[in-house]
Design a protein around this ligand. Sequence first.
Ligand SMILES: [Zn+2]
Length: 322
Amino acid sequence: MVANPYGGLVSSLDADGFEALCSAVAERRCRALIGAGTLAEAAELWRPSPPCPSCGFPDCSRDGKTPAGRQRWRCPRCGEAFSALTGTVLESSNKELPVWERFITCMCYNAPVDLAAEVCGIAHTTAFEWRHRVFATVDGYQDRLVLRGRVWIDELYLTDSDIVRSADYVPKRGLSKNKICIAVAIDAYKNAVVAICGHGKPSSRRIRDALLSHIAPGSVIVHDMEKAHMSLVRAAKCTDEAYKADVKDPVYLEAMELVNNLCSWLRRYLFRFPGMKKGNLQSYLNWFVYLFRVRRDEEKWPKTARVMRHLLMTDAHYRSSR
Ligand SMILES: [Zn+2]
């Protein structure tokens, strides 16, 4: 084996020198991986001409650098000075891009917060906050999703007290009332929608509220004969195809495979976050749907680069909810 020509050099470095080397290496590795090595480079790449965060003016001019070395912009209309990251969830980050790149990779695999903190060398509280910063960028993400063609729908139920912690939790009589219902839908293009649909078995109205805006007229809704679905089928101007739910019936299993799989992926995903706050459940669901799409397109667009670009391009604000 040939000796590594850098071995001697690296061992001779003092602590500061070694740290500088590590961050230069991380920067280069990150650049090779996602196309940018620093937040400043990422901003140039994915936010080349940011609009004014105060008045929305689209045509701002470059105005030197911020103390952190990032591009400063100035609005000719209202005079506001801002950085290219202003208005994004990365705005106040004092960690550089390679740390974020690792964090996003962890989030793409839904790694536990403790593991992400360890791998990224950041505090647990920072990792927790970063997760919610990323969630803020998918706020309302599902609002504009519309499924078409063949659309499979179903519901799954979460035990309120097991997965979701709620300050006003009172055990109720009757099993189903304690369960949160989640309506799920997926079309043949693997576009998915996942929405909270109240407690217990859903009424026709709750199903409509959850899914109506997400299904294009003329679609074929494939479902399990649940009566509450029929009002959605009519309201969405769709036709339907129904299969009696029977896990021993191969015809049912094959017909409903896509949505049954979606339900079991979602269940597995949610069980990774026991004790999440009820107010955060929709955020977790939004992230699940966003990631579902990112993974679907992974061959075309590598996932970490795509999510990083999304963080830079999305105007979003993180509000501390703790
Ligand atoms: Zn302005």
